[in-house]
Design a protein. Structure first.
Length: 244
């Protein structure tokens, strides 16, 4: 394995990278404790994660890891759908379109920009598999579905919270297009809570360490991950493999 070329000293890098990961764990705690469905409190069918300003992965939580990349796609779709001057501090967006980011419509992604002194410094994201999404069959899994319109509502990106205020028109429209508006609404609110935790903790880190150091750590985490992955791939012996 080749030695790493670091732009941040190793001790600082370990402390701050682990602190970022701890934020994703605290997001999960908030989500579970404010959620009320079996999916969130028992099955843990959710995900929490942090992203760089462009939607690249910064730190992933410990549940449903295959959704981490999908949530990054959700962030990128929001960046494409909304102009920079339409994304305010304390905004929160939702998306569940499988053609854009989600695995299927029952997975609702909630993403929130994180600002520091009016500058976009990152994003937080969650997903929850909701109990119902208004599909042909209750619960969303429809063996008789022949087209995507049978699989529930499809949201390409909506602003759910604007400047810290819940948009009740959007919230009630989305939840009342399902068979369980109360439970789906609870899932959305626990996702909002988790994103609010992330925003508060990230802003505390920027206050304490400053944007220059945290931006450097963020870039170093990407380089470090790439180096580790390349080293693992290099360990695979030459050859060809197939499966039946």
């Amino acid at each position: 394995m080749q030695p790493l070329i670091r732009s941040v000293d190793p001790v600082t890098f370990e402390i701050l990278s682990h602190r970022l990961h701890q934020i994703t764990k605290e997001m999960a705690i908030a989500l579970e404790r404010t959620g009320g469905t079996v999916n969130t409190t028992q099955q843990r069918d959710y995900m929490t994660s942090l992203y760089r300003p462009d939607g690249e992965i910064l730190s992933a939580g410990e549940t449903m890891g295959h959704h981490v990349v999908c949530a990054g796609f959700a962030v990128k779709r929001i960046l494409e759908r909304f102009e920079a001057d339409e994304i305010y501090p304390d905004d929160i967006f939702l998306l569940n379109d499988p053609y854009l980011a989600a695995i299927h419509q029952s997975d609702i992604y909630v993403v929130s920009p994180i600002h520091y002194r009016e500058r976009l410094v990152g994003w937080s994201a969650t997903f929850v598999h909701v109990n119902d999404i208004g599909a042909l069959s209750p619960g969303g899994d429809s063996p008789d579905a022949t087209e995507i319109f049978h699989e529930g509502i499809r949201i390409p990106g909506l602003k759910l919270v604007e400047r810290g205020k819940l948009r009740k028109d959007v919230f009630e429209t989305v939840t009342h297009m399902t068979r369980q508006p109360g439970m789906v609404g609870l899932d959305l609110k626990c996702e909002i809570a988790a994103n609010n935790v992330a925003k508060a903790r990230m802003q505390d880190m920027y206050d304490h360490y400053g944007p220059k150091l945290l931006d450097a750590v963020s870039s170093e985490m990407i380089r470090y991950s790439e180096t580790l992955l390349r080293s693992r791939i290099a360990e695979i012996p030459d050859g060809s493999w197939s499966e039946q």
